[in-house]
Design a protein around this ligand. Sequence first.
Ligand code: NAX
Ligand code: K
Length: 239
Amino acid sequence: MGRRRHLAPGDDPVTTLRPLSRDEVRRIDGRAAEELGLPTIVLMENAGRGAAGLLVGARESGPARVLVLCGPGNNGGDGAVVARHLDAWGWPVRVRWTVPDDRLRGDPALQRSVLGRAGFDQGTIADPSAIDEDLRWADWVVDALLGTGLAREVEGPIRAIIEAVNASGTPVLALDLPSGLDCDTGRPLGEAIRARMTATFVSSKLGFDAPGASGYTGEVRVVDIGVPGLLLEPFRPRA
Ligand SMILES: NC(=O)C1=CN([C@@H]2O[C@H](COP(=O)(O)OP(=O)(O)OC[C@H]3O[C@@H](n4cnc5c(N)ncnc54)[C@H](O)[C@@H]3O)[C@@H](O)[C@H]2O)[C@@H](O)CC1
Ligand SMILES: [K+]
């Protein structure tokens, strides 16, 4: 009998929701916190833990060297959570942020502080060419640069980092969205990460079904981040 396929974290055992728009998924996150009082740090932990589990599942052989690239927002915070779990499982991890820690607020700032206190190989990318050595070292890259906060053409250092990652050919696990991909249209805003796999939160995204989007998302896996069912009701398939 073939390897029993356990349900990986996020393989929703009950129902799948219809693909969501950027606004819908951001509103779900917001309602969970504002209306239901579920702290966003809880959703972030579930997101990062689920994504880390998918990376382990994607690796037939043992631990791999993982370079986690974190942007300035909650997507970056997710990346720090992935790093913490992979490290606890014995995977060699490096964490590189696109901004100094005094530019972080809230959940991502907290996550970065925890990694700092826990002795992680963590730093700020001073110049996009500075990640070339990290890219040579890594077996996998975790793309935690930009998620649904992407609001304009990708520019500046983040654009150069995306180009360097794509040029390196290193396989990428993208968190929530491949950075630079428009959530609703599935088209790159200037430049986008070409991922081997995308761990997307709550549900798939409208843009993932657009022609050409799979060249950026790679295999899409949904990670359940613990949003209460009340908020998911409007998005369940019609019975
Ligand atoms: N809010 C929540 O409760 C949760 C959010 N989650 C994560 O948070 C993400 C959304 O986080 P944020 O809203 O903080 O935003 P992101 O972390 O997606 O983006 C970070 C910041 O990048 C900047 N930015 C936007 N477009 C840019 C561009 N073109 N070039 C350079 N910088 C640009 C913006 O200032 C934006 O706030 C989701 O995709 C998901 O990964 C998850 O942790 C689940 C829970
Ligand atoms: K991302």
